[in-house]
Ligand binder design. Structure first.
Ligand code: AMP
Length: 420
């Protein structure tokens, strides 16, 4: 019986796994540089958390959640996104008593029952941040700047930053009413789902990919015409700060994103190079979510980056993006000398030097080939003649230079060579 991974999931091995690690390390270094601290939440939560948080009428809650009953009869859901769990954790762990804003970052798998295609999977990884506990427009600018700087650091160029404001619940109410009226006239042009959405949650018609629905909303009213003074001022400040930082953006009043919790500033980074699934990451403010989960009125903002899409973009856009393990020293030995080699290996590793040896009884020639494949920078050869002299041979794989040193001088050599 042969098994395959479930549809929409994949194994991440060798170079792919190393590339993923590189992307995560770069993002996490940047998160920490901007003052964000790690948070880890469970992979599954109570289903209601997402129903309440993301919104009953969103595609995610309606169609895409992996929901199951556990043996105790509880309804649980594999997390489809990271914000609702982080807000739950913020409240449950009393983080509101810390200095605000609480700045957190996460890295983990998300699960959505979507139709898989390049860049869209059922299990995928996200890297995200949440800054909870401030309405200051400077934090909006910081979060967007962080997203932009991460992609700069990764060498991904030619990006588009789309920017919008979803307004506050006040602006949203008048906007939704206008949209509902507009859609009522177009109802027969909408798909079955959107006919429902037009009544229940008209904003979600913007998420629909059906061509008929897209053209039906072409002349729909825009949220920008419904912003109140406070929302206008907030957005002006955010834009001004981004201008000051030299960050260019595209104002996109149709950017509504797929979650109900967004308020005010929303943003998304896209790249044409990825085709249909062109969003690398995005986010926005969610000033009502903490209260929705039973906390005090608390403003917050965050974003999530799709790790797989970033890897794809880097493969296309950054010619220096390569991964692959390298080791410092390959210790080559045969026969009885393998025992000496095994000891040397341990002492090198204790010094913080990456080292490996042959475990398949290859000839010395075969071991030289292997060391090449492992991209060893140096090979230490424990040949019988050298060992008789109490020595070993060291080959610098880059220059091809060979030197014979005393076995007792190995740590001195290693210290000088690798400066560790
Ligand atoms: P969202 O949580 O929907 O705002 O998505 C944030 C980012 O996660 C997107 O910009 C994508 O890069 C990535 N993403 C979302 N859904 C998927 C998916 N099904 N497969 C792979 N990446 C995804």
């Amino acid at each position: 019986m042969k098994f395959k991974v479930p549809r929409g999931t994949s194994d991440v091995v060798f170079e792919k796994a190393e590339k993923k690690q590189l992307v995560e390390d770069t993002a996490i270094t940047m998160f920490e540089r901007f003052g964000y601290r790690p948070i880890i939440t469970p992979t599954f939560e109570h289903t209601e958390l997402f129903q309440r948080g993301i919104g009953e009428n969103t595609d995610i809650v309606q169609k895409e959640m992996y929901t199951f009953k556990d043996k105790g009869g509880r309804s649980l859901t594999l997390r489809p996104e990271g914000t609702a769990p982080v807000v739950r954790a913020y409240l449950e762990n009393g983080l509101a008593s810390r200095s605000l804003p609480v700045k957190l970052y996460y890295c983990g798998q998300m699960f959505r029952y979507e139709r898989p295609q390049a860049g869209r999977y059922r299990e995928f990884w996200q890297l995200g941040v949440e800054a909870i506990g401030t309405k200051d427009a400077f934090i909006d600018a910081e979060v967007i700047l962080l997203l932009v700087r991460i992609f700069e650091e990764m060498g991904i160029k030619d990006l588009e930053l789309h920017l919008n404001s979803m307004g506050c619940p006040g602006c949203r109410k008048s906007f939704s009413e206008a949209l509902r009226k507009y859609l009522a006239d177009k109802i027969e042009h909408l798909c079955e789902d959107c006919q429902k959405r037009a009544r229940m949650n008209p904003l979600r018609v913007f998420d629909c990919k059906v061509r008929g629905c897209q053209s039906a909303i072409k002349d729909a009213p825009l949220i920008s015409n419904f912003w109140c003074e406070d929302c206008c001022n907030h957005f002006e400040t955010v834009k001004g700060l981004l201008n000051d930082m030299g960050v260019s953006y595209i104002l996109n009043p149709a950017l509504v994103r797929g979650f109900d919790y967004y308020t005010k500033t929303t943003f998304e980074v896209r790249t044409e190079s990825l085709g249909a699934q062109n969003a690398l990451g995005g986010g926005g403010r969610y000033d009502g979510l903490v209260e929705e989960f039973g906390g005090q009125s608390t403003q917050a903002i965050g974003f999530a980056i799709g790790t797989e899409r970033v890897i794809m973009a880097m493969e296309i856009l950054n010619e220096n993006f390569s991964a692959g393990s390298k080791i410092d020293v390959f210790v080559a030995s045969i026969g009885e000398a393998r025992k000496n080699g095994f000891k040397i290996l341990d002492s090198l590793r204790k010094m913080g030097i990456s080292a490996d040896m042959d475990y398949a009884e290859r000839s010395l020639k075969g071991q030289m080939k292997l060391s090449d494949k492992l991209k060893a920078s140096h090979v230490m050869i424990l040949g019988p003649d050298e060992l008789k002299r109490g020595n070993c041979l060291i080959r610098d794989m880059k220059s091809g230079e060979q030197t014979e040193i005393k076995l007792t001088d190995i740590s001195l050599w290693a210290k000088n060579c690798f400066k560790k």
